[in-house]
Design a protein around this ligand. Structure first.
Ligand SMILES: NC(=O)c1ccc[n+]([C@@H]2O[C@H](COP(=O)([O-])OP(=O)(O)OC[C@H]3O[C@@H](n4cnc5c(N)ncnc54)[C@H](O)[C@@H]3O)[C@@H](O)[C@H]2O)c1
Length: 432
């Protein structure tokens, strides 16, 4: 079975099933299909399945033409019928891993996806988990579910973990030139998973276990969360010292070794950085270890929306205007540059905090036509032609298509939390 699957993978004939066709699953499905593997996506969201079936992409980084051409070549399909899982040779699970309100991991999506795999498990299949999760999930949670039917891991089926490193909106790094970390339960599991990813990435890196592979992802994201928190604190320090934090970071970054620049901002967002470190701290709590850096970073980053709003209140005050009834435009609500994703975006907190102070808040985001959350419904204005009518414009996300120079020229007051107005000198700019 092992040699047969190896042969099928090398010949790009192995049938691949991807569970969860979101920001991670769809681009991965497309990459395998592009190099000739027959790929089926398994989704609970009928609309996504219908879109793929009609050859339409709903993810910014995946062009519709690519999906349409893969559909035409019969390399890519999507279904809500999980019984078809028994026809595939390799299954890759890319379902969400959110947090519960208590900040504990919510692995219910992994469990329900794995239940479908269990129902359809057949001898010789390779099962890979990609969803970000705490060390131990693959071996302690997924493997016992799969072995319940009497099949043995490493002999009857193969199991591995490989963290996803997709960076939506990144024009330089994609799956081909971003090394992929892989860890299997047994050496055979590792070899098969490594071989599979080697077909779509220039470099697959094998680590010693599934736990090591799970931990690699959490180290990467915790590293970012902690360093962003540090630089956010430095921004508050610079505020007190009347220094420009951006100037300080740029000058420090001229050191060719031992320093890596991170930048302050209005808070952190997205499906990864605000959530993943809590998977690690939760796991460690079960081992009586308290990860103080993670907690502190979470606290520091969560303070930033309130800090930015205070900046807006003070800047308006300096211009003789109260926040109550002030017309405020939020520029960019996506959690980061050039993406159409508002998950965990600090813009949502900022809008809420401004509305709580009775400001009249609108937003503009070329990637996000409207947002609804916690009873708030806001629609993007069409363009920035009438920016003059706002008392303040708050730059929350620095999309590369926005013309900041003309914005500064036309706006009464600009509060810039992203240094989007770098090198512009105008008295109406207030920086974070
Ligand atoms: N988005 C990123 O930039 C990114 C980067 C690295 C890692 N990750 C991780 O990858 C995982 C997936 O993230 P995402 O951003 O793609 O999420 P997503 O919400 O965009 O996509 C997940 C998809 O899974 C589907 N789904 C949910 N339950 C399912 C089930 N039982 N069976 C089949 N489909 C199901 C959902 O309908 C959705 O389409 C998460 O663990 C995340 O932390 C995400």
């Amino acid at each position: 079975m092992y040699s047969t699957l190896k042969g099928k993978i090398s010949a790009h004939q192995a049938k691949i099933g991807i569970i969860g066709l979101g920001y991670v699953g769809l681009p991965l499905a497309v990459e395998f299909a592009k190099v000739g593997f027959p790929v089926t996506g398994f989704e609970v969201d009928k609309e996504k399945v219908n879109n793929i079936t009609r050859g339409i992409s709903y993810i910014n980084d995946v062009p519709t033409e690519t999906v349409a051409s893969l559909r035409k070549d019969k390399k890519l399909s999507a279904t809500t019928d999980f019984s078809q899982l028994r026809n595939v040779d390799a299954v890759i699970t890319c379902v969400p891993t959110p947090l519960r309100k208590s900040k504990d991991p919510d692995v219910s999506y992994i469990i329900s996806a794995t239940e479908q795999v269990v129902k359809n498990l057949k001898k010789g299949q390779l099962i890979i988990l990609e969803s970000t999760t705490y060390p131990g999930t693959t071996r302690e949670l997924v493997m016992p579910m799969l072995e319940k039917a009497g099949l043995k891991c490493g002999k009857d089926f193969f199991l591995a973990f490989s963290p996803e490193r997709v960076d939506p909106g990144n024009k330089h790094y994609d799956i081909h030139n971003t090394p992929k970390v892989v860890g299997g339960v047994t050496p055979k599991c590792s070899t098969l998973a490594h071989l599979l990813y080697s077909q779509v990435t220039n470099r697959a890196i094998l680590v010693s276990s599934t736990e090591a592979a799970e931990m690699v992802k959490l180290l990467e994201n915790t590293f970012r969360a902690v360093n962003i928190a540090l630089v956010n604190e430095v921004a508050l320090m610079c505020d007190r010292l009347k220094l420009n934090v951006w100037e300080i970071i740029d000058a420090a970054a001229s050191k060719p070794f031992g320093f890596m620049p991170f930048y302050p901002g209005p808070g952190i967002g997205g499906h990864c950085i605000p959530l993943d470190p809590h998977y690690l701290s939760w796991k460690l709590k079960t081992l009586n270890f308290y990860s103080r850096f993670i907690e502190l970073a979470g606290e520091m980053n969560a303070k930033m929306p309130e800090h930015l709003v205070q900046r807006v209140v003070d800047a308006l005050n300096d211009h003789g205007k109260a926040i109550r009834n002030a017309k405020v435009l939020i520029l960019g609500v996506a959690y980061k540059k050039d993406v159409g994703d508002v998950r965990e975006s600090p813009a949502l907190d900022i809008i809420k905090l401004l509305k709580d102070r009775h400001a009249d808040v609108g937003y503009y985001d070329p990637h996000i036509p409207n947002i609804s959350w916690e009873g708030y419904n806001v629609r993007s204005i069409r363009d920035l032609k009438n920016v003059k009518k706002y008392d303040a414009v708050v730059i929350v996300t620095n999309h590369s298509t926005i013309d900041y120079a003309s914005l500064v020229k036309n706006a009464k007051l600009v509060i810039d939390s992203r240094n989007a107005t770098k090198n512009m000198n105008a008295s109406n700019i207030v920086r974070l």
